[in-house]
Ligand binder design. Sequence first.
Ligand code: ATP
Ligand code: MG
Length: 395
Amino acid sequence: MKVVVIRYGEIGLKGKNRSFFERMLKKQIQRVLKPDEEVHHDFGRFYVYTQEPLDAAARLKEVFGVVTLSPGASVELDMREIEEAAATVLASALAEDPSIRTFKVEARRSNKVFPHTSPEISQRLGAFLLGRFPSMRVDVHDPHITVGVEVRQSALVFGQVIPGPGGLPVGSAGRAGLLLSGGIDSPVAGYLAMKRGVMLDCIHFHTFPYTSERSVDKVRRLCIELSKWGDLSLHLFSLTEVVEAIKQSCPDKLTITIMRRFMLRIAEAFCRQGRGLALVTGESLGQVASQTLESLYCIEHAVSVPVLRPLIGFDKTEIVAMARRMGTYELSVEPFDDCCSLFVPRNPSTQPRLEQVICAEDALDVQGLVDAALGTRESWSYYRRGQGVESTRWQ
Ligand code: ATP
Ligand code: MG
């Protein structure tokens, strides 16, 4: 039977939380499987039974919590069967890369019912493969390919150990609201939060009619891309009234700071209605005027939930590299009319003072504006099923 073996590290260590994490990981594995594929759990490993192990492995590489995986075969505890499976592994590796000349066998027996020890299995299998593939040599130090054998309830035979994304299964750490713009940074921040097990409610602010339907459409497509890594929801809010009120009554140089404070307030109020315990943003330090420590201090002061900034330790080039790897970069660099770029004053304050900001907001009906914005919500859910993503609108 063809199989993908899934190994998970970190979560295996979590004492009595272990079974909780394993349940969460199983759910996350299931969402990338096709209808004819099945997942089983056995002694610290998951096994996905599938007709197409390579294709399934590519999908399983997008499940947080997976440390490594190996496409291969699961056969009876019988030396002949193991030999044939190993020969198949080697033959398909050779078909893919005819320059392979050396191999070694790495056997591990955790089921002591099997009569051969690990070194015996390696030796017998090595000799068998040399007979079947006369052009190959054994190199135990630096082989072109390692044939792995794990003797458990059945024998697993595989030719490669592929790194997974690591992290924790999405949902295992609770929920948070992601402030998602159409830029490069916030999708990466969302990815990193999901990697630590956070389930996301994405929150986007538009300023119709100043910004176009196209910019919201871009955010929807970013959500489709992000939901590859974990099911999520998207909530659109209008910030138009807020921005107009700020423009009318507050000093120009504080526009951005006050606008950000409103974004956080609305996001916080929305998260409190659900089970969200934190907000996540794509802010880093020193990138733009609104991202000095003074600015972050003033902005964050508007709310009491923790504001997580997973990108704080990264340079822009590192963020761009992550965006490329996770698949959102090309989308993020498409042109769009962001509310911030439209309303950004010529010289925003890089060192806003909290007293000034609070004083400027006195001219506004803060609660009234937040409540009105909450009333503009439109919501969608994005679910991954196998290869594709489905979406439904629910408000
Ligand atoms: P990004 O690439 O994520 O847009 P940025 O470097 O352009 O980030 P800013 O535009 O200053 O930085 O935005 C900082 C953060 O504020 C964003 O990462 C995002 O979390 C949040 N944000 C900005 N604009 C919006 C918006 N329209 N809707 C929701 N969140 C937003
Ligand atoms: Mg931006």
